[in-house]
Design a protein around this ligand. Structure first.
Ligand code: FMN
Length: 305
């Protein structure tokens, strides 16, 4: 099934959840532009989630998604809100969504897990995932171990559900490439990080815009590998071998970046930051990315040759 039909959206363009950043203004702007906005719940309480859902619904009548990062300690508070007041789509990440599938499917919520490899993609398809996001290590934030270029075609060959490519996509050429690899849609984070609608200090957006192709670095190990812009904090994180110091430096560091603390913040962003050059309204970003989505005419021409 086409991703646009599955999600009832105009363009197969998902704004990836960004912890503490993809708040209702961005979500509504992306959905109103014909993509799918996805709300972060990283810092939500049950009450703030209820309020955020109300704010989004007042700003758009289009579908939107909510992200549950399953490492979060607040999942047990948030899930009841999403069961009592169901949302169109839940994107799960950073953990095993198996215990939550049945309840979410019962309230007709479409569940789309973010996955790092083929084995997990197959498990999610068996559990009833409507699609998966195959996220490569080019992405900003917490990352897996495979690249988008290698991961997407292998996942697309392994499952019968739509595959959404994520990691390193911020241009219409990137969107075209994702479709050529077998993706049915794209999930984009870094390009939306600098949208006008994000609650992020100008200094954060400016660092993204100024970044070059090799402007990011990965810190941490295992499930805690994080890609962010090279800053004084990442230098310190890479220099330490002491887990206690690493933890002290990291704790709260994304929030410090969001408020513009250049010295101590973790400015999460993907490798494609070097191609992100302007602060723009989310609508412009969606419209630009949509130019890379193959049209039916492209498919017919592709079949002819
Ligand atoms: C600042 C930032 C925060 C992120 N936070 C989350 C998150 O809370 N949950 C999640 O599933 N993905 C998160 N991501 C990943 C995005 O949803 C998306 O998959 C990724 O950014 C795509 O790669 P790109 O950055 O190359 O566009 C984050 C990405 C960034 C840049």
């Amino acid at each position: 099934m086409q991703l646009t039909n599955l999600l009832h959206i105009q363009y197969p363009i998902i704004q990836g959840a960004m912890a503490r950043i993809s708040k209702p203004d961005l979500v509504a702007a992306v959905s109103n532009a014909g993509g799918l906005g996805v709300l972060t719940t990283a810092d939500s309480t049950a009450q703030s989630l209820q309020e955020d859902l109300k704010t989004i619904r007042a700003a758009t009548d289009k579908p939107f998604g909510v992200n549950l990062m399953l490492q979060q300690p607040n999942i047990k508070d948030l899930l009841p809100v999403l069961l009592a007041d169901p949302v169109p789509v839940v994107f799960t990440s950073a953990g095993n969504p198996a215990p939550f599938f049945e309840d979410l499917l019962k309230v007709q919520t479409t569940v789309i897990p973010v996955i790092p490899n083929v084995e997990i993609a197959k498990k999610m398809a068996d559990l009833g995932a409507a699609a998966v996001v195959a996220e490569g290590l080019e992405s900003g934030g917490h990352i897996g171990t495979e690249t988008t270029m290698s991961l997407v075609p292998q996942v697309a060959a392994a499952v019968d559900i739509p595959v959404i490519a994520a990691g390193g996509i911020a241009t219409k050429a990137g969107v075209k490439a994702a479709f050529a690899l077998g993706a049915a849609g794209v999930q984009v984070g870094t390009a939306f990080l600098v949208a006008e609608e994000t609650p992020v200090a100008y200094s954060y957006k400016h660092l993204v815009i100024q970044a070059s192709d090799n402007g990011t670095v990965v810190t941490g190990t295992g499930a805690n590998r994080v890609r962010s812009l090279k800053t004084p904090l990442t230098d310190k994180l890479l220099a330490t071998t002491d887990p206690t110091i690493f933890q002290q430096l990291s704790s709260g560091s994304l929030q410090r970046a969001i408020v513009g603390d250049v010295e101590h913040g973790s400015f999460m962003a993907g490798q494609i930051a070097g191609a992100v050059t302007k602060i723009r309204p989310a609508k412009k970003i969606v419209t630009e990315l949509a130019k890379g989505v193959p049209t039916i005419a492209d498919d017919i021409i592709g079949d002819l040759f």
